[in-house]
Design a protein around this ligand. Structure first.
Ligand code: C2E
Ligand code: CA
Ligand code: CA
Length: 404
């Protein structure tokens, strides 16, 4: 999918809105746009080519079939594209619309308000691309034999990215992100190029074990440098959750290395996880044993508020698509505020992922609510020694800032 070739529908009963939106989208490089003047019309067009359309702008208030009903039908038909609501909306309506979308497994990525402004529209398209990044890996994947070689040569290595406490200026936790060391070949290999392959060829457990074995050693040293209350977070793939032997295996591993469950957070993505009884059993067991469980990439999948209450999460990580430009994005602001309320009520940790700008950071800090912050602005993923150096600088800077 090229950046500009997004097959788009505008469903709005107002012709003038359709024309304005069409013109602005053209200016942003989008040319394939179909106009529909009702929800029913849009549904007919989409049904004729279910996989063709990637982005639908929906007016909530239309005669015959309104936007909410359209979203519901799209969900029932398994629509794979994204939806943007056109209208200035009060908080309750946004919450309701996003809940309906989640219940029906539709990707609602935001809203744009009238009069439509091109910067806002540009931002919406950026979010569209973030969402779709989760579904594709642009670079070529490693082959099975390349991956096996890397494992045999002990080239599976941990990088670490901190989660810092927004109110206390403390590093609360570090997340382990896997890389393959690639000496002589430039930079390390990112997980998007080998996690799928590892899952397909039954190598994912081996990778996790090699990664954790190295991380555990680093972790003891990092606790000495950064504070003994530091926790270690790592990612598990949904396949690993499917395996009922996983909890025991992990638990024995950590016991053997003298690590308590309370020191560990297991991150699972919302998209594929949490569907099968096995996955739920695994998650529950780990949680009962005292491990932290984080719902990763919240917002890219379809966990709704009711499920959030029922699932055993100790942490919710808000996906980067809701954090980018949050200081200007009314929709994301409302979603984040709702999550703040939920996290307080159910006593779960809230993490904002992918903070890249100071404005995003300030917005979140000024919510004056306990939240963990993670992103390139604070620190990119780093190897252990570099992380320790980063920490001492960061600590000096944040102490100086706190005194002012
Ligand atoms: P994730 O768990 O959501 O991790 C966050 C990803 O976003 C990381 O990419 C991180 O480098 C990147 N990131 C962090 N802050 C920012 C930011 O401010 N801006 C932007 N643009 N990106 C940011 P990475 O390391 O390439 O990992 C990608 C995904 O691969 C992870 O997403 C996770 O789902 C998966 N993964 C990583 N390590 C493991 C692992 O050990 N096991 C499994 N099963 N999956 C892993
Ligand atoms: Ca993660
Ligand atoms: Ca994430």
């Amino acid at each position: 999918m090229s950046k500009h070739n997004i097959n788009t529908i505008i469903a709005d009963d107002s012709k003038s809105i359709r024309i304005v939106l069409d013109t602005l989208l053209n200016q942003l490089g989008i040319e394939d746009i179909t106009h529909c003047n009702s929800g029913r019309d849009a549904l007919t067009v989409i049904n004729a080519q279910p996989l063709y359309y990637q982005l639908v702008f929906v007016d909530l208030n239309m005669p015959e079939m309104d936007g909410m009903e359209l979203i519901r039908h799209l969900g029932n038909q398994g629509f794979k594209g994204s939806v943007v609501i056109i209208s200035g909306m009060e908080e309750r309506v946004i919450n309701l619309a996003s809940e309906v979308a989640r219940q029906h497994k539709v990707h609602l990525i935001g809203n744009i308000i009238k009069p439509i402004n091109i910067d806002e529209l540009q931002h919406t398209l950026t979010k569209f691309h973030y969402f779709n990044e989760h579904l594709s890996s642009p670079q070529a994947s490693l082959s099975k034999s390349e991956l096996e070689l890397a494992i045999n040569e002990q080239r599976i290595i941990p990088y670490y990215q901190p989660k810092v406490d927004s109110q206390k200026n403390q590093v609360h936790s570090i997340e382990v992100l896997v890389r393959i060391d690639n000496p002589g070949q430039g930079s390390n290999i990112l997980p998007s190029r080998f996690i799928n392959c590892a899952e397909d060829h039954d190598l994912i457990d081996t990778i996790t074990v090699q990664l954790l074995t190295k991380s555990i050693k680093d972790f003891k040293e990092l606790q000495q440098e950064l504070g003994s209350s530091l926790t270690l977070a790592f990612n598990l793939s949904p396949l690993q959750l499917e395996d009922l032997a996983t909890p025991k295996r992990l638990d024995s591993f950590f016991k053997q290395h003298d690590i308590r469950p309370e020191e560990i957070v297991i991150e699972v993505t919302e998209e594929l996880a949490l569907q099968t009884p096995n996955q739920l059993e695994t998650l529950n067991r780990l949680r009962i044993w005292g491990y932290g469980i984080a719902l990763d990439d919240f917002g890219t999948g379809f966990t709704n508020v009711t499920q959030l209450k029922q699932l055993p999460f100790s942490e919710i990580k808000i996906d980067r698509s809701f954090i980018t430009n949050i200081q200007h994005d009314h929709f994301s602001q409302i979603i984040v505020k709702t999550l703040v309320d939920i996290s307080k009520k159910y006593n779960v940790e809230l993490v904002a992922e992918g903070i890249e700008s100071y404005e995003e950071y300030l917005y979140l800090k000024n919510l004056n609510t306990p939240m963990l912050l993670q992103g390139y602005l604070i620190s990119k993923p780093k190897q252990k020694n570099e992380l320790i150096r980063w920490y001492h600088n960061w600590k000096k800077m944040s102490e100086a800032a706190a005194e002012n």
